[in-house]
Design a protein around this ligand. Sequence first.
Ligand code: M6R
Length: 366
Amino acid sequence: EKGGYPHFMLKEIFEQPRSIMDSMRGRLVAENTQLTMSSIREYATRFKNAERILIVACGTSWHAGLVAEYMIEEFARIPVEVEYASEFRYRNPVIREGDIVIAISQSGETADTLAALELAKAKGAMIFGVCNVVGSSIARATDAGAYTHAGPEIGVASTKAFTAQVTVLSLMAMMIAEMRGTMELTALRTLMLEMEKIPAKVEQALLLDKEIQAISEIFKDASNFIYLGRGFNFPVALEGALKLKEISYIHAEGYPAAEMKHGPIALIDENMPVVVIATKDSSYEKIVSNIQEVRARKGRVIAIVTEGDTVIPQMAEFVIEVPNTHEALMPLISVIPLQLLSYHIAVMRGCNVDQPRNLAKSVTVE
Ligand code: M6R
């Protein structure tokens, strides 16, 4: 059942080229600049005229929502708010009839997410679901939706569901942008062509496994970790930290890199591993300075960089090179080494990777 892998989590990490492909299948033909998502087409007028999109989710799905916020705002120019379902449902949120609420959930059974969408529905918003489990409670409660075809995810730590969610949400962002005319057709086509190449690039990133295992050996006894990223890679920093916390029980903080100097920088000394997602994108120069700030305080930098980078390897103690892509799609690649890092560290610490203490696969109570 684990397909020869020692744990479901590792199997699911390695399934990602396939699950991403399955989540795109039938929806994207880049050559013809063609996107097919019938549920979005059906609600075309709502999406075209949406004044605001609210995203509700928990945990890793909330991180996928953050990536979607950056994409939808960038490509489709609709303001997006990403909400923790548990906070949203209890704080008398402002919901208007023209709002679209996107609920993201792997299991489709998360109690807070379900309650949040019911509340929004009662106030007249249109509810769109991005779920993995077919026929789940959330999928049934929505007006429309798009499934992530990740297949069953057994490991408590969400891996392939995250990349499948980001895949579907990217396609949605592209399609809404196309309908609203907010993106040049050539730019849209470039993005779509890049999207088609993602499964092969994820496959390539998975070849880093041995290298990451060696780095894990060095840091397995750390008691803290900091993860930093900017722009599209900021949610990836949060996701990397969450993966490490939940399965290895090492305290980890994810932060937007520039926010570091407003507090967390005080934590940095020669014992602090700092994972920096520093791929070549529009915030590259800025993140290079953030790495310098960490080095100046003797922090131990593990940098995720774009292959061929010659600058960061001179500054960081360890570099992990990933294939290049459009910056909006980088989370699909940059998250892979972080999943592997948390997996190997947890295994080396003797933790129960697939069923970490105190956690349930789906949180059906509040
Ligand atoms: O099934 P859902 O996507 O609604 O679950 C949400 C969270 O409970 C889930 O992502 C959780 O944070 C994972 N254990 C993260 O790996």
